[in-house]
Design a protein around this ligand. Structure first.
Ligand code: G3P
Ligand code: CA
Length: 244
């Protein structure tokens, strides 16, 4: 069955990467959530997509230049200006605490492509161990050196390569760095890549799949999972396509 991951939470209806979006994803019936992590000046692992605060919060500048004691007061309403009590930027541990109340899977994307955030892999791993979420999380990144490093630290935790260009035989490349899945931009996916990856034991979870036709096609192809901003729509389509 194709699993449905809410991309940055249910970001079609709530401010991305906030507890509101993650709660909405759960209420919609998603199988999992996807979130992005960066690191503050004082080494806190925070859930936010961009290196900068400007697009999604009322703060300015780089996440890496702020300490958590200041950042925690920012509003992360993004474009949803009508939210009654504006959400704040969650710590990864806020999400992990909330995950104790449900069974959702969680894809943690390490946003360490622009800044390396030395030590972030170790911190994320420490939290996964602390909460015993080894079987509920998967680690992805566009920085494949970081994924290889994470795999060396914790071979028991699933990693997945993110990519947006046309990689040649990505299932082989993924396996070579210890990843158990590929997370391609949906524009690069075709039926042969889906089939061959799955036959090779490599899961395939394309992003970001928001069009009904694409959802339907990927589900019919037996894709392992999809990342979507609109999990409710995907669930309706999955019921039609797969009957569940
Ligand atoms: O994990 C898939 C997707 O989230 C990667 O792209 O830019 O939305 O983080 P982006
Ligand atoms: Ca992401």
């Amino acid at each position: 069955m194709t699993l449905i991951f809410a991309h940055r939470g249910y970001s079609a209806v709530a401010p991305e990467n906030t507890m509101l979006a993650f709660q909405a994803a759960k209420e919609a019936g998603a199988d999992g959530i996807e979130l992005d992590v960066q690191m503050t000046k004082d080494g806190c692992v925070v859930v936010i997509h961009d290196e900068r605060l400007d697009r999604t919060t009322n703060g300015k500048g780089y996440v890496k230049d702020w300490s958590w004691s200041e950042m925690k007061y920012l509003q992360a309403s993004y474009k949803y200006t009508n939210t009654q009590s504006p959400p704040t930027i969650p710590l990864l541990t806020d999400v992990f605490n909330w995950m104790r109340t449900n069974n959702l899977l969680c894809n943690i994307e390490l946003k360490n492509n622009e800044f390396l955030y030395t030590g972030m892999e170790e911190k994320v791993l420490q939290f996964i161990r602390q909460y015993q979420y080894e079987d509920r999380v998967m680690i992805s990144s566009f920085n494949h050196y970081s994924l290889a490093h994470f795999h060396r630290l914790a071979p028991d935790i699933k990693t997945a390569i993110l990519y947006s260009s046309h990689l040649y035989m990505p299932w082989k490349y993924a396996a070579a760095i210890g990843a158990s899945a590929i997370h391609p931009n949906v524009r690069t996916v075709n039926s042969s890549i889906i089939k061959t990856s799955i036959e090779a034991g490599i899961d395939i979870r394309p992003y970001t799949v928001n069009k009904e036709k694409q959802m339907e096609w990927l589900m019919k192809q037996g894709c392992s999972a999809i990342f979507t901003d609109d999990p409710k729509k995907a669930i309706v389509i999955r019921k039609v396509v797969l009957g569940k």
